[in-house]
Ligand binder design. Structure first.
Ligand code: NAD
Ligand code: UFG
Length: 356
């Protein structure tokens, strides 16, 4: 079935971006990716990112790709002048919570200034339909669970990374209020995990992973000795932190459903949607599920709580079901199985040489 619309994907070579690109190509969208390679691998600065090369192999379709920075207005403008773009999906951002506390200006510069440049260029080129990668972190410490989209945002966002997501949402709201031609959907992800079932693309964090699932996967594959479990005295099922893990392919489909929403002529303005499963799983439940999926032991030790962590966080995703016709379909076994398939086939991620 021909779709034929063209989507500009910023951060298209990254983890969530690359999985969304597969889904877009499968739905017959034309894809243009922009990525500055700050967190994506390419054999050289001028080559196509490795994730996109693999997607071309997987899908048999081609991707137009630019290794440029969204903050460079001239370069961005050239892309908009070269192609007729219908929609933008904006993934490009720095995303490490810890690093954002150490280097706040870098995060505000990249994530907020970068978004402003992108929105400006979009406006100037009359492209005014945007899907944005937001995060459950905008809710801060949950006042009640599950979290729905009416929960206050921006209160208790303890780190600069989380604040950038909140601020960009506010900017999107103001933009939509100022110009009725603008429509913007903010997808608030819970905890994306898993990989494409082919094992060709997946999450490839540089350095020591901050997040639970890639850390477990690297322990299973022998790159790390053991997992540190951050706290066992939370008020949860087994004392360890509870999160709403969502398969990255489900997340990718959520982006396509968000684009479908733009075909509804009644849809206007800014709208946020949670993308999660609605189910919370503890750290130890994730360890057990991964052991089962991989057949590997996952040694761990309980250590102190990680500063800034909350006990539990999970979504009420009913609005996405009602308005986007989207719900998560893959369970924790699929999340672990696909992560293990990717990690065991690519022990060092996209690079063939040994990583740290
Ligand atoms: P990622 O780091 O794998 O992908 C982001 C991509 O953007 C990278 O390839 C990076 O090189 C690129 N990029 C960064 N700054 C850029 C710039 N200035 N110009 C051009 N390219 C740039 O991260 P991801 O996990 O795929 O996350 C994608 C988006 O989803 C991010 O906005 C992130 O904040 C958001 N998000 C991620 C999670 C998660 O746990 N993975 C959770 C909630 C929200
Ligand atoms: N955890 C460990 N050991 C680790 C890593 C994590 O025990 O080595 C625990 C954490 O304490 C937490 C759970 O595993 O209880 C999940 O931690 P992650 O770091 O994987 O995920 P977070 O929920 O802390 O944060 C993630 C992203 C944020 C995003 C948020 C909501 O890192 O950017 O999900 O989308 F904002």
């Amino acid at each position: 079935m021909a779709n034929g619309k063209t989507v500009l994907v910023t951060g298209g070579a990254g983890y969530v971006g690359s999985h969304t690109v597969v889904e877009l190509l499968e739905q017959n969208y034309n894809v243009i990716s922009i990525d500055n390679l700050v967190n994506a691998y390419a054999d050289s600065p001028t080559e196509k990112p490795e994730s996109l090369k693999r997607i071309e192999k997987l899908t048999g379709k081609s991707i137009t790709s630019y290794n440029i920075d969204i903050r460079c207005k001239d370069n961005l403008d050239k892309v908009f002048k070269t192609h007729k773009i219908d929609y933008v999906i904006h993934f490009a951002a720095l995303k490490s919570v810890g690093e954002s506390c150490a280097k706040p200006l870098q995060y505000y510069q990249n994530n907020i200034s970068g978004s402003c440049v992108l929105f400006e260029v979009m406006s100037e080129n009359n492209v005014k339909k945007l899907v944005f990668s937001s995060s459950a972190t905008v809710y801060g410490t949950p006042q009640k669970l599950p979290l729905d989209e009416n929960h206050p945002t921006g209160q208790g966002c303890t780190n600069p990374y989380g604040k950038t997501k909140f601020f960009v949402e506010e900017i999107m709201k103001d933009l939509c209020s100022s110009d009725s031609e603008w429509s913007a959907i903010s997808l608030r992800y819970f905890n994306p995990v898993g990989a494409h079932e082919s094992g060709l693309i997946g999450e490839d964090p540089s350095g020591i992973p901050n997040n639970l699932m890639p850390f477990i996967a690297q322990v299973a594959v022998g790159r790390r000795a053991k997992l540190s479990v951050y706290g066992s005295d939370y008020d949860t099922i087994d004392g360890t932190g509870v999160r709403d893990y969502i398969h990255v392919n489900d997340l990718a489909i959520g982006h396509v459903r968000a684009l479908d929403k733009f075909c509804d002529n009644n849809f206007k303005g800014f709208k946020p949607y949670n993308l999660g499963t609605g189910k919370g799983l503890s750290v130890l439940q994730m360890v057990e599920a991964f052991k089962k999926a991989s057949g590997k032991d996952i040694p761990y030790e309980i250590v102190d709580r990680r500063p800034g962590d909350i006990a539990s966080c999970y979504a009420d995703a009913s609005l996405a079901l009602k308005e986007l016709n989207w719900s998560a379909t893959k369970d924790v076994n699929a999340m672990c199985k696909d992560t293990w398939n990717w990690q065991s086939k690519n022990p060092n991620g996209y690079q063939t040489k040994t990583a740290n």
